[in-house]
Structures are given as structure tokens and as C-alpha cells.
Design a binder for this molecule. Structure first.
Ligand code: AMP
Length: 412
């Protein structure tokens, strides 16, 4: 027996209604905000992510699934933003209309150590708005994320925001951090000791108690921000206040990828345990230029669908129901039943039948399991009279119905 590889999941029929509802609701919400769907491939050149996420990011250092094929190195996409920007540039979407808003849904791959809420194949629902540095757009993105959660009927989450400033501010923040951590290096975990030289900002969101204590004693205020970035962040907060969106400013909130600048945000839920982020995002004002385009500011976010499922309170569903269950008794009825089933389906009626040659009792049980509203019994007598026996499963009433008025009887 083969088993699925560690850290991936089969999404079984009983969970499918959740996935369908989430994608339907998401599509409706994205349409309200004028975001258009884009479907980049799952496979990209590995260099795309090396270039955009940053060599020192954890995703690049440890988590990318790469595939060598002849001379080429590919990667299973670990996130959507870099692919969307690549598609935006490669397909000339920056030329037709510089400002563009996209959404996407689909699997992402990261070679992480599997645990609750942390998989090696998981799904993102994400949005990217490319072509503006208006703080109103940051507010729109956060409001969009908030509306999605409300429409998914997920409650009890909290929104944390912060600003990293522009590239220059970020450098200043890193060097301030470097200086203030120099004396307290011994208090950091082994990973953070490595981060100290490679990716200092990540020390700010290390979850280990010792590192949290060290970080709490640092002064990570807004002093590193230039005037413009300070004003930008003030406008973002003001916009969120105007919309009545609750949020907390968390000066230690940083994102693990190099491309983030200015506004970053994370939405967490206490029901998730250690991996408590439902979704996250932020501005990436330099990424389009990094990937070969002109200087084009942008912002995006993504939710992890498996984590939405964990906090949704969704109860796995029984079998999918059908309107009609056909029970054929005898060989002649069986061969004629094929046509009857096909005619009903052509009329848009969802119906099923027994392929396991069950007894009438067994077939009735199967109809019950399928939550059929009607059962059609079709045997020798019915064939002779050109009719069927129709049982209404909710009332238990049963009557003979002529074949030519069956459709009317079922659909009225
Ligand atoms: P990120 O691109 O890391 O900011 O991820 C955005 C969201 O995707 C997170 O907030 C999680 O909800 C989800 N996510 C990220 N990594 C994983 C993973 N390994 N397994 C399941 N969900 C994940």
C-alpha cells in the first residue's frame, strides 16, 4: 500500500463542501473589490524565487522544493506574489494598464517540518494590487482580508500591522537592531544567532521565549522612518479607523521575505495554536523593478486555506445528496433504467442508481444514505404499465406516475 508523502493531505469528499464554499465566497468578495483572477503555473524557474524572496529567507534557505531537469532548475512555487509579478511583466500587463488587481487560489509547496497547521503542500487564497503607493490601497487590502474572513464566518481573529519603511529605512532599522542586539547575543536562540548576521529582522518575530524577552527589551519604535513613510503609515491607520477595522500596531511585526517594505500585516487566530497566522501580507514596492520592470509599488496578502478550515468550525459532511434515486428490479428494468437515468440527467435532475445489485431493502438504504428526495422504483409491473412507482422520502407517500409526467411530478 502506498502512503501519501509526509506533510501533504488528501482532501476527501466530506471536506469538499468547505473548499467549494470558501472559493465561491472568495470569488464574490473579490468581484466586489474589482480583483481579477489570475492562474500562474505551479512550476517556475527556481531563480525567480531566489531573486525575489531573498537568499537569507527561510523559504529559500530550507523550504523550497526544487527539481533539476537536464540543465534547468525549477521550483514548486512556495508562494504566489513572485509568480504574479512575473506573469504581470512577462505578459505585458504593465503596458496595457499599469495599475492592476489580481487574486489567485491554489496549492503552494514548502519543505517544512510538518505539524498542526504546517504542511508541505497547502493552499493560498491571495490578492495582489500592483501599480500604486496610495495608502488607501493598503487600507483596501486589509479591509478586503477582513471582509473575506467575515464572509467565511470566521470570528475571533486579530489584525496586527506595522511598517518597515522604505528600503533605506529598512536598512536603518536593521543596523539599529544589529547595534542594540550586539550586547545581548548570548540571550538569543541558535537560529537567531545565525539570523543576526544573515536576516536580522527575523529575530523580531522569533517565537522562542528567550528571544521574545530580548526583543521586548529593545526599543523598536518608529524613529527609523523617513517623513514620507511615517506619513504613509499614519494614513493607513487613519483609513482603518475610518472603516472601523480593529487592529493593533505591533512594532516587532516583520515578514520573513526580503521584498517587503512599508506596511506589513498579519491576521492571527488563537484557535490555531503555535502556528497562529491565518494570513499575512504587505507592501513590496521594489519587487516589480527587481524582477525587471519599472519602479512600480505594490501590495498583497495571502490566507492559508487549511488554517481557515481549522478555525471555521466546519463539520465534515455526509455523502452528497441527490434528488432522485432509481431502483431497478429485474434485468429488463435495468437495461431500460439506463435510458431513464440519462433522460432525467439531461433535464438537469441529479440522480443516482444502484450498481451493486442490492436487494430492494439494501437499495432503499442506499437511497436514504444519498439523502434522495425521491425514490423511483422501476420493475416488471411498471414496465407493463409505462409508469414508475415514485416514493416521496420526506412524507413516505408512494404512488404510480406515468413516465411522461414523471418530470413534472419531480420538479413541481
Ligand atoms: P506566508 O506566505 O508565509 O505569509 O503565508 C501566508 C499564509 O499561508 C500563512 O498565514 C498561513 O495561513 C499559510 N501558510 C504558510 N505556510 C504554511 C504551511 N507550511 N502550511 C499551511 N499553511 C501555511
Amino acid at each position: 500500500m502506498f502512503k501519501r508523502v509526509s506533510g501533504v493531505k488528501d482532501i476527501l469528499p466530506k471536506e469538499i463542501p468547505f473548499w467549494q464554499r470558501v472559493s465561491e465566497v472568495a470569488r464574490q468578495v473579490f468581484a466586489r473589490y474589482s480583483y481579477q483572477e489570475i492562474r500562474p503555473p505551479l512550476l517556475e524557474e527556481a531563480a525567480l524565487f531566489n531573486r525575489s524572496l531573498g537568499q537569507s529567507s527561510e523559504v529559500i534557505q530550507k523550504q523550497m522544493f526544487t527539481i533539476r531537469h537536464h540543465e534547468d532548475l525549477y521550483a514548486l512555487r512556495p508562494e504566489g506574489t513572485a509568480s504574479v509579478v512575473r506573469a504581470y511583466l512577462e505578459n505585458g500587463l504593465d503596458k496595457s494598464r499599469r495599475f492592476a488587481k489580481f487574486f489567485y487560489m491554489g496549492p503552494m509547496f514548502r519543505a517544512e517540518r510538518p505539524q498542526k497547521g504546517r504542511l508541505r503542500q497547502f493552499h493560498h487564497i491571495g490578492a495582489e494590487a500592483i501599480g500604486s503607493d496610495d495608502p488607501g490601497l493598503d487600507v483596501e487590502l486589509i479591509s478586503l482580508a477582513d471582509t473575506l474572513l467575515t464572509q467565511f464566518e470566521i470570528h475571533g481573529y486579530s489584525i496586527k500591522i506595522n511598517t518597515l519603511g522604505c528600503a533605506k529605512d529598512k536598512e536603518k532599522l536593521c543596523s539599529n537592531l544589529h547595534n542594540s542586539l550586539n550586547d545581548t547575543l548570548e540571550g538569543l536562540c541558535d537560529d537567531c544567532k545565525v539570523r543576526f548576521n544573515q536576516n536580522t529582522l527575523r529575530i523580531l518575530d522569533c517565537k522562542r521565549e528567550a528571544c521574545r524577552k530580548t526583543v521586548a527589551s529593545l526599543k523598536v519604535g518608529e524613529a527609523f522612518l523617513c517623513e514620507e513613510c511615517d506619513a504613509h503609515f499614519a494614513k493607513v491607520r487613519q483609513g482603518l479607523d475610518t472603516l472601523g477595522i480593529s487592529y493593533e500596531v505591533v512594532p516587532t511585526l516583520v515578514r520573513g521575505l526580503d521584498y517587503y517594505t512599508r506596511t506589513v500585516f498579519e491576521i492571527s487566530h488563537p484557535g490555531l495554536g503555535a502556528q497562529d497566522a491565518l494570513g499575512a501580507g504587505g507592501r513590496y514596492d521594489n519587487l516589480v523593478a527587481e524582477l525587471g520592470g519599472t519602479q512600480t509599488p505594490a501590495i498583497g496578502f495571502a490566507f492559508g486555506v487549511e488554517r481557515l478550515l481549522l478555525v471555521s468550525g466546519y463539520k465534515p459532511q455526509a455523502m452528497q445528496s441527490c434528488l432522485v434515486y432509481l431502483i431497478c428490479l429485474g434485468e429488463e428494468a435495468k437495461s431500460k433504467g439506463i435510458k431513464l437515468l440519462s433522460d432525467l440527467r439531461k433535464e438537469g435532475i441529479s440522480c443516482d442508481t444502484d450498481y451493486e445489485c442490492k436487494s430492494l431493502k439494501g437499495a432503499m438504504r442506499a437511497a436514504n444514505d444519498a439523502q434522495a428526495r425521491f425514490v423511483i422504483i422501476f420493475g416488471e409491473d411498471e414496465i407493463k404499465k409505462d409508469c414508475v412507482t415514485l416514493k416521496d422520502m420526506s412524507s413516505g407517500n408512494q404512488k404510480e406516475v406515468a413516465l411522461d409526467s414523471l418530470l413534472k411530478e419531480i420538479t413541481c
